[in-house]
Design a protein around this ligand. Sequence first.
Ligand code: F6R
Length: 607
Amino acid sequence: MCGIVGYVGSRDGVPIVLEGLQRLEYRGYDSGGIAVAGASALRVHKAKGRIADLKSSLPKRIKGSPAIGHTRWATHGAPTDVNAHPHVDFSERFAVVHNGIIENAPQIKARLEADGITPVSETDTELVAHLIGQAAADHEDPVEALRSALSHVEGAYGLAVVDAQHPDRIMVARLGSPIVLGLGDREMYVASDVGAIVRHTKQVVHLEDGEIALLEADGFTTSTLDARPVQKISERVDFDAEDFDMGEHQHFLRKEIGEQPEAVERTISGRLDERFSTIKLGGLNLHPNELRSFKRVYILGCGSAYYSGEVGAQLIEELARIPATAEAASEFRYRNPVIDPDGLYIAVSQSGETADTLAAVEELTRKGARVLGVVNQVGSAIARATDGGIYIHAGPEVSVASSKSFTSTCVAFAMLAVHLGRIRDLSPADGDRLITALRELPAKIAAVLEQEEKIIEAAGWLSQFENAMFIGRVRGWPIAREAAQKIKEVAYMHAEAYQSAELKHGPLALIDAQMPVVAVVPDDELHEKQRSTLHEIRARSGPILAISHHELPTELAERTIVVPRTEPELEPILLNIPLQLLAYHAAKALDRDIDKPRNLAKSVTVE
Ligand code: F6R
């Protein structure tokens, strides 16, 4: 969604900020802008459209720092030059960039208008700039002015502010929208995503909700919204600037699908314990006695993270024999859930910043539940808010549509299931069997990726239809759901997922020659039953693409993509890989904006 980048130091800030904004372009935006605080005056430039448009509208060289910049994805007000950030207060002293949504914007606006301040834009952000400007009349210290202004604000924000009267500092604040500080050599950076600044520094500090920071070239200080000083410890991020480049690929999604063998290698690395036929998961922070005492597992996540949680719930039930369910985190807290005192709760999130998932974690923690995280982004809000968990180490995921994080999360759940199983009834032989299979997964994923030509042909065929049905049963069901979501997301193709046996209870009425069915039909105990469903579809002229372990006869499925076998419990992980490529190539055939699907954002930090 929106992006923030800022720099303070001895170099010119604008090129650094613009380059950082370009690294955040993949998140989608409709306008951009920058502000530089010079001695007693602000220079602000904004433009609707791409960063390239902003760049070409700038004067040749804008010297100095501090500089802040923003890419905006319109929420309050249309994507126009005026509505683009930064926004400047009535006294033209403060310039503000903001991610998030101010919920009490109408009330703030009414109050400002009563004080004779008429906003020039339609944005909620401009109102914050005016509040800071007003507060500065009563507070000599600009940080106090910011604190006072924010006490009137309800909603979510990640903010960066420059002050013309203090052209050596940037003030930042976070409540519900990520802000990361980057520590350089006598220079400081700020960004909403570490990918924007990793080229300059790998030493970062994550702001927590309710914290304010003051950045100067020599360092930073942090405090809370209620003025308590906070000591922060910096950490080193373990990825490189190249991780945020597309390399030889046309799209990040394709690059990241292709990276899955290495991503899974990292997920399992150092965790397979052959000696005790189990999995070592150091970050759980739970003694085996505690782990044995849980009677149920509840998994929460949104979108693809939720579907990976469904894969996880099945793995935990099968391997550890603990009842387990997955639920959309966005629904969870609004149904005032009964918290199970014997339950283990697990929040799943690639970004670790999804507002709905974080809110569910906070609700659970408030009610005393034990919550673990399965997270990609190290140090993210959900990682910090949970009692422990598993980092999936998939590496940075830039494409809005998730791929490698889904796969690595499923692998992490498989490891957790083996771990929980081995402290219960899972035999050492089964532990060994699954460890061997986990070790072999990267090579098998690579083997699936080699079938790309065949998948391209299938995607070309599928992309000619307006609608599609994705079906699967039990282990294949979350995969059908994930595949339907992926094709909706990147190919903008209407798709429904159904449990195969449910077709005859309603949706079979939709089947005809114009309704292709993508069927996940592994060689499992339900294979024969699924073949009956395929016959029912064929009898109604429904065209079928099967994902299976062997080539199906053409009278059952015109096309089959064959995936290698693994242990039955891990089968969903491999069955999903061709479906990712299918969505990608269908989107490519339809010439979609694959890495920035319309209306979507990479991390959904607002409700
Ligand atoms: C789909 C997709 C989304 C995310 C969801 C949760 O491809 O990426 O459905 O899975 O928005 O995001 P995280 O995992 O960051 O919590």
